[in-house]
Design a protein around this ligand. Structure first.
Ligand SMILES: [Zn+2]
Length: 424
């Protein structure tokens, strides 16, 4: 190979040059905020393993669109050689290439450079070495909405989006995408939310923020559904570990304590999922733990002269039935909280359908009180959804139970009581 075809042979402001390099990464095309113009970045690597970014704008992107492929080697010539901006991460400490109307890209016939892949890490590796950018392959379990948050350090508004991800060791973790990765790739992930999507994330770091999370940095790239042996491995693993829990969110959220659930940072409206092991201390309010629920939308109906009106469906003669709705006081050794629990989960805790409990309460209040007393001091694992809601000018964190851990010893303790109760 001609020595001039190495990346290190490039010099500042040179316009006519030629390098032979493999494309190791093609970033998504990004459209400028103004809507005027677009930009795309390639990562090139030569046979010595030196890397450089090649940046294309507008027509240049269209001109080369059809010929560029990750893993193929090209002879790339001409364009602007620019000094790097030291404020941003760059694969090359001196230069980057701006491909323009004098640039040429051709498949290299003779030379093929093997793109060396960094070994893939697992979450555990990144925990041990959080600050060193790592490559990791992940299955996406859940995609939250994109949020705009205010960053105090530089008073900037930035985009963020949280994913729940699962790695090759079946470990689950939150992965925060920032800025364009949250809006562009994040949106793609949101659209394929119901499919099993694999991502290859390169240059990811770890952070400790209310527990360990993965986070993107300036140089992070995401490849969606990469064709790698690990993708299949991850899918097979997820079939074993995740599929059987599709109806619950247990394996898609981290175990944490009440203190973390109460204080973790949420932007208004943002939904976060957690699992937590807590002790039931009792009901939070007097009154019935059920309501007349519209059969269509499950909202509360108002019964006037035996006719049920559902304000949500605007139905003046709605069919309805009783559904459980309970506010539970819970605690662990870190804090206390109020959990809102709906029908199926209340039935799971109490061990009988609402109609039966209503009859018991109507006929013998002491029996009813015993049943309620029996649920206290139970330790259970709850999967919950937490969201901040505005109530007048006050914000409070609403925590709603999504599911209750099955097959755990503590849940099994309920079983004998259920049998006893049904004999009543
Ligand atoms: Zn309704």
């Amino acid at each position: 190979m001609d020595p001039s075809s190495l990346i290190k042979s490039l010099s500042l402001n040179q316009h006519y040059w030629s390098i032979t390099a493999v494309i190791t990464q093609i970033d998504a095309v990004r459209v400028f905020k103004s809507g005027q113009g677009k930009i795309q970045k390639l990562t090139l690597m030569d046979k010595e393993g030196s890397k450089i970014f090649a940046i294309m704008f507008n027509e240049t992107i269209d001109r080369f669109h059809n010929i560029l492929e990750i893993g193929k080697t090209y002879v790339i010539s001409n364009g602007q050689i620019k000094a790097t901006n030291k404020d941003f991460y760059n694969v090359n400490e001196n230069f980057e290439i701006i491909l323009n109307n004098i640039s040429e890209i051709q498949l290299a016939i003779a030379d093929n450079i093997e793109p060396v892949r960094k070994n893939l890490s697992v979450i555990e590796d990144i925990k041990e070495n959080p600050n060193s950018p790592s490559d990791i392959i992940l299955l996406v379990l859940n995609v939250s909405e994109v949020r705009m948050i205010y960053r105090h350090t530089d008073k900037k508004k930035i985009f963020k989006r949280d994913l729940q991800v699962f790695d090759l060791r079946s470990e689950v973790c939150t992965f925060t995408l920032w800025e364009a990765l949250a809006t562009v790739e994040g949106k793609q992930l949101e659209e394929s939310k119901n499919e099993k999507t694999i991502i290859l994330a390169k240059d990811v770091i770890g952070k400790n923020f209310n527990g360990f999370i993965l986070s993107t940095i300036q140089s992070t790239t995401l490849e969606i559904n990469p064709n790698l042996p690990s993708s299949k491995e991850l899918l097979d693993l997820s079939n074993i570990n995740v599929h059987q829990h599709t109806s619950s969110t247990f394996d898609t959220c981290l175990m944490t304590n009440l203190q973390n659930i109460n204080i973790s940072e949420h932007s208004l409206g943002e939904v976060k999922y957690y699992s937590t092991r807590v002790v039931i201390k009792g009901l939070n309010e007097e009154g019935n733990i059920w309501y007349n629920s519209c059969n269509t939308c499950k909202s509360k109906v108002f019964i006037i002269d035996d006719i049920a009106k559902c304000p949500k469906c605007s139905n003046d003669n709605a069919e309805y039935s009783l559904r459980y709705l309970m506010k539970l006081r819970v605690e662990d050794n870190s804090s206390t909280a109020i959990f809102t629990v709906f029908d199926n989960e209340v039935e799971q805790i109490i061990g009988m359908p609402v109609i039966k409990l209503e009859k018991i309460k109507a006929s013998n209040i002491e029996d009813y009180n015993n049943i309620i007393r029996n649920i206290c001091d139970k330790e259970l694992i709850f999967s919950v959804k937490a969201q901040d809601k505005q109530y007048g000018n006050r914000t409070f964190r609403s925590i709603t139970v999504q599911s209750i851990k099955e097959n755990c010893d503590q849940v099994n303790e309920i079983e004998p009581k259920r049998i006893k109760l049904e004999e009543l």
